[in-house]
Design a protein around this ligand. Structure first.
Ligand SMILES: NC(=O)C1=CN([C@@H]2O[C@H](COP(=O)(O)OP(=O)(O)OC[C@H]3O[C@@H](n4cnc5c(N)ncnc54)[C@H](OP(=O)(O)O)[C@@H]3O)[C@@H](O)[C@H]2O)C=CC1
Ligand SMILES: O=C(O)[C@@H]1CCC=N1
Length: 277
């Protein structure tokens, strides 16, 4: 099978995966990326030396060119554009090309319906820390995907972080926790910085404290066997300051607010799936 990997639609998510792959030693000559705008293609080519980046506004058959001869194609446009992209490249795929989607809400059935009969398809839910090789991605194989083909996709994503296999029914929940999750952590950092300003710190100092704290806590969580509850308790002296803050979060219902946000994200994914028909 060809070693070439095509990133069709290389925006925030696919570029993060591409970066993780290159960071773990994938040969850039084996990577091709497509986008709409020439300016974006130039930016990708400059940032990732040795890859091929092709813009649709210069080469309208960019997606077909990239798909042809690639062993794996990773569809990374917005959910609403996935089926059209799949149909566009169908005639350029070999029957063994593994088609991977990173899109939220687009089901395996919707992907398979837009591709040639029998095409191996894998639905994934990655997240942007893949850029640093610290992503987490779920994989769910379609009915035409062999164990070897699933393994090939897992090997690609392992280069960008941790891989978990889940039944497709769980992908919306995965999306609500880890797909969207980096935004929740960034939101926490924003709120902490704003709280620092309210307590009288200069904006830049408050932002520095919030960023370094969330990042440092993230590093601690990334250690093998890390337990978030134990780590939280290790910061919280009995009857001390942290305990008072956590008690206030609990009194104000923060866990329920986080659960409601995650539920809203999962519900939105299901709603988009229905809209895409
Ligand atoms: N962002 C995230 O954290 C996550 C995103 N996802 C999924 O990833 C997918 C992409 O999201 P995201 O990366 O945020 O979106 P972006 O808008 O950042 O990226 C989309 C990219 O697709 C390109 N594009 C659009 N249409 C075409 C086309 N017909 N042919 C080739 N390229 C095209 C755009 O090109 P141009 O730049 O030139 O306009 C752009 O670079 C979505 O389906 C989303 O659900 C999943 C998990 C997490
Ligand atoms: O917001 C979105 O729809 C995508 C899916 C998960 C993260 N970003």
């Amino acid at each position: 099978m060809s070693n070439r990997i095509a990133f069709l639609g290389c925006g925030s998510m696919n570029e993060a995966i591409l970066s993780g792959l290159l960071g773990s030693g994938t040969d850039p000559a084996d990577v091709v990326a497509t986008v709409r705008r020439a300016e974006r293609a130039a930016e990708l080519a400059e940032r990732h030396h040795g890859i091929t980046a092709i813009a649709g506004d210069e080469e309208p058959d960019n997606n077909r060119q990239a798909a042809k001869g690639s062993g794996v194609v990773i569809l990374g446009v917005k959910p609403v554009g996935i089926a059209d992209l799949a149909r566009e490249i169908s005639a350029s795929l070999s029957p063994k090309t593994i088609v991977v989607s990173v899109a939220a809400a687009v089901t395996l059935a919707q992907l398979e319906a837009a591709l040639p009969a029998g095409q191996p398809v894998i639905r994934t839910m990655p997240n942007t820390p893949a850029k640093l090789g610290r992503g987490v991605v779920s994989v769910s194989a379609g009915s035409n995907c062999s164990p070897e083909q699933l393994q090939r996709a897992k090997d690609i994503f392992k280069a960008a972080g941790t891989v978990v296999e889940v039944p497709e029914e769980q992908v919306d929940a995965v999306s609500a926790i880890s797909g969207s999750g980096p935004a929740y952590a960034f939101y926490l950092a924003e709120a902490m910085a704003a709280a620092g300003v309210e307590l009288g710190l200069e904006h830049d100092l408050a932002l520095l404290l919030a960023r370094e704290t969330v990042a440092g806590a993230g590093f601690m969580l990334a250690e093998p066997g890390a337990d978030p509850s134990a780590l939280r308790i290790s910061v919280s002296s009995p009857n001390g300051t942290t305990e008072r803050a956590i008690a206030t979060f609990n009194e104000r219902g923060l866990p329920a607010i986080i659960a409601a946000g995650a539920r809203a994200a999962a519900d939105r994914a299901a709603e988009i799936s229905r809209q895409l028909g």
